[in-house]
Design a protein around this ligand. Sequence first.
Ligand code: FRU
Length: 506
Amino acid sequence: PAVTPRFRPAIHFTARDTWLNDPNGLVFHDGLYHLFFQNNPFGSVWGNMSWGHATSTDLLQWTEHPVAIAGDETEDIFSGSVVVDHGNTSEFGSIESPALVAVYTSAFKAGTIHSGTQAQSLAYSTDGGMTWRKYDQNPVLTRNSEHFRDPKVFRYEGPQGSFWVMVAVEAQQQKVVFYRSDDLKTWDFLSHFGPANADAGEWECPDLFPLAVDGDPGNTAWVLIVNVNPGAVAGGSGGQYFVGQFDGVRFLPDAGSLAAPTGLSSIADAEAAAAAMQQCLWLDWGRDCYASVSFSDAPDNRRIIIGWMNNWDYANQLPTAPWRSSMTLARELRLSSVSGATRLVQHPVLGEAKEELSETGSFELGSEALRLPDAFPGRAQVIQAEIKPGTAERVEVKLLASPDGSQGTVLSYTTSNSRLTLDRTRSGDTTFHEKFASAESAPVALEDGVLKLLIIVDQSSVEVFAQDGTVVLTDLVFPGANSQENWLAAEGGTATVLKLAVSSLA
Ligand code: FRU
């Protein structure tokens, strides 16, 4: 089939001409980042689930490879992870040449021996991830459940010893379940966590990892990522996280990361529940960042995540074909003390390939809008701004705007309520699904009166990292062909722009 170039991102991964959803099996091995992904090899909507495959050396430019693990008449291949079995615990490889082991969910089809259930299975590669063989004794872990899925496996080394840990979900019970293993083939139950915080929808695609707080290796906290669909802060699917400790058996959340210890759905008062929703820890406050999970074995102990840049509310209807859906940019995570609490901060991986278009020093900004360099056709654009709203009631960045100003995606900061809003109600094509036109907002505290923004605009997406990555907002947009103008303005007073830099990314 003909491939539509329209809306195809420059620096976000898309499958060449098929459907994709969750990133799977993210692993760095032998100089290559591997991105496996939920893929329909035969179509542009969800179905025939298999693991597609792509690799990259810089997390920006990807090469797609043949399907890695294919579904068949007995099972769909749902989400999961890949580990490098350095100790050859599985005996699929050797110490000198370790196997890559995929732990994935078998979604068993009706009429098969495990009919209708979801269980965890293995596949392995002894050629660095390019070809895969399913283990002949699959599945390796069953719970006789129809909603047991999305295993993320990592090597635990700590007071309890050294072993594999699997983090998975009982999706409809809003529970994360933890198991341990010595060989990836036999698993013992450890504990479960949940429901807590956002629990209106199914819990999916969990992840668990330790990170140094403020870069201090003597002060480690654990982050538990739990994706939820629906019931995320902006509506539909989204990712939340908890900060706490993992002792080799169970995850113990910090009191400060529990907005609703037994889940939002247990709060009867609607206003109190809405307030608690704002207090949950969100990886992203936008509409289009789901199923975020991290790389195994990333270099220099870095913790890098990628999400699916979409929302189940309208995923199958996005106006592109035959390719449909993309991943978010890779985002590096750190833990930081923010007003006494430990919070994730995220930095997009942008590499060195930036070409500066303009850089300006300090100037006053009023209601007369300032035009920024246009987005380069076919390229992604990076806008960095440090703005003191001052007396202004509102500071506005209008992105991908049409020449007559009637269309555009509006990012605005309102000083009266300290909220940053991304509004795509007039961003272009919003009519393909009734739930698409939307405006998302997040609380953002100024630092010394300053709002810091890092905005990445690609052909059909806007990703906003505010206050050095403390708050992130990601939205898809489908602008008209002539909508390429970017404008900056202040309303109801005067703001000071301390720094403004625009660059282009090939
Ligand atoms: C999340 C998800 C996972 C599942 C996969 C199926 O988007 O629903 O829970 O494994 O997608 O494609």
